[in-house]
Design a protein around this ligand. Structure first.
Ligand SMILES: NC(=[NH2+])NCCC[C@H](N)C(=O)O
Length: 478
């Protein structure tokens, strides 16, 4: 098995990634905790799995590891195929479930003991509970650590329902990985488990010395109890490896400028990238991470939320009215780019998001075709905001120009079609692939629409539901 970890763009062919299939913990979210656990609503687990997420997995397998899925009988009764660590599991080394990796590292006795102690500590389990966890087999233990619940239904601690959004755990930056430090308590256990996986799983042996962690600022310990909010937090949805040598970091509800500064210092010191652009977006639930307001589809095509993309002229005109005291009706984005020149770190500003994205396409990706923007909801009021809320701007590229989005964002799909993309429903495409009527190689400029009624209540799209480990290295066209 080739264990290479390498990502230098958002758009080159995807070869390997980490996902996590909705586990039973998602079906245990209660209404009064939904918001604390960062869900907008409670979800129907069986629908989310069979009618939605399983199609996502099938697509990933057809594109990344077709041998695992061709000629498989996937009739409804065979859900085993999708369940990590079950007998009939597809067990791919390209489409890898977090739960599988966790069960693997629990085979290492030292890791098992440390991990059980660490989780028991953060979840405030009793000493005897901790001792009991150590008697569990690795597969059951991996489930308990994720869902909080044993096979027989005993519940020890809350689930981590957001683990399906593996993007937020960490980001591969060239051949390094940047691990997160989540802003919300509901996501702490995810990053703890992830740490043990990346430091110990043989799959990540090539990452030795290449794992970057965010440390807490010493001032944090001195803050009064009621202001105990962490200062340095960073989540993967705010980090995008957009081009060889260029990393984007969103400053958002979840990622602080202090953490971004640490990343700049660490990556520049090790010469891992040459440019890091910080994009400060309004700190609000609607836009929790930058990947909820834009993603890239092709070297010259981006999908984004129009209301946040004001031109310089518009911004200047509005400033006059702001100064006169008119109620502010717009939201601002601030963009600063830091770049290394020899030993010096210099900075420059960008006036708006489109200017930065155009710069990435033209300068970093050396794209000579005109750069195009597709807007959430086709920029028609009020569909831009409505569809952004259900992840119209959060797409995962499988190969350049072919991306997975949600089927509910009708106006955004219309915008893609007007631009010249095809759209196809995931269920239909999977059927065609299963029957051999279409080949992956022949699919181009297509947005694949995943069923999303339940998934969207969890507030993340296919970009969030993926942690790319390997993409083909980006090549400019001559
Ligand atoms: N990369 C992303 N946009 N992730 C979305 C995460 C959604 C999750 N419910 C949360 O609020 O944390």
């Amino acid at each position: 098995m080739d264990n290479q970890i390498f990502v230098d763009s958002e758009i080159s062919t995807l070869q390997r990634l980490i996902i996590h299939s909705p586990d039973s913990g998602l079906g245990k979210v209660v209404p009064s905790k939904a918001q604390d656990w960062l869900f907008e609503d409670i979800i129907h687990l069986d629908t989310m799995r069979r009618k939605e997420y399983d199609y996502y997995v099938k697509l990933l397998l057809f594109f990344l590891d077709p041998e695992k899925i061709q000629n498989q009988d996937l009739s409804d009764a065979k859900r085993e195929f999708f369940k990590p660590n079950s007998k009939g599991y597809f067990n791919s080394d390209k489409v890898i479930d977090f739960e599988k990796l966790l069960a693997d590292v629990l085979n290492i006795e030292e890791v098992k003991v440390q991990l059980v102690a660490a989780v028991s500590a953060i979840e405030e389990c009793s000493y005897l509970e901790m001792k009991r966890f150590l008697t569990f087999g690795n597969i059951e233990l991996s489930k308990v650590l994720i869902t909080g619940i044993t096979d027989s239904g005993e519940m020890f601690f809350p689930p981590i329902p957001n683990l399906i959004f593996t993007r937020d755990i960490g980001i591969v930056v060239n051949d390094h990985i940047l691990l997160n430090k989540p802003a919300r308590r509901a996501r702490s256990r995810e990053s703890l488990l992830a740490k043990y996986i990346f430091f110990n799983h043989p799959l990540f042996a090539t990452l030795t010395g290449k794992i970057i962690e965010i440390e807490e600022d010493e001032e944090h310990f001195l803050l009064p109890e009621d202001q105990g909010k962490r200062i340095d937090t960073l989540e993967g949805g705010d980090v995008m490896m957009v081009a060889p040598n260029h990393l984007l970091i969103g400053i958002s509800e979840r990622t602080t400028v202090e953490a971004a500064r640490q990343v700049i210092d660490k990556l520049f010191a090790k010469n891992i990238v040459k440019k890091i652009s910080l994009i400060k977006i309004p700190a609000k639930r609607d836009y929790m991470h930058i990947d909820t307001i834009f993603t890239q589809i092709k070297r010259n095509v981006w999908v984004l939320l129009g209301s946040l993309a004001r031109t310089k002229e518009t911004a200047e005109n509005e400033k006059v009215w702001d100064e006169l005291g008119q109620r502010v009706t717009h939201e601002d984005i601030i963009i600063k780019q830091f770049y290394k020149e020899g030993d010096k770190v210099l900075s420059r500003n960008f006036d708006n998001l489109e200017e930065l994205l155009k710069y990435i396409s033209e300068i970093d990706l050396k794209c000579t075709e005109p750069v195009n923007f597709i807007y959430s909801g086709n920029n028609v009021f009020p569909f831009g905001a409505r569809e952004q809320w259900t992840d119209s701007c959060n797409l995962l590229v499988l190969k350049e120009g072919v991306a997975v989005g949600y089927d509910r964002n009708d106006k955004t799909s219309e915008a893609f079609r007007e631009y010249g993309f095809k759209t196809i429903h995931a269920v239909e495409l999977v059927n065609q692939l299963e029957q051999g009527k279409v080949k992956v190689e022949d699919i181009n400029d297509t947005i694949i629409l995943l069923p999303s009624s339940e998934l969207s209540r969890a507030r993340g799209g296919s970009h969030c539901m993926s942690m790319p480990l390997q993409r083909i290295a980006y090549k400019p066209k001559n």
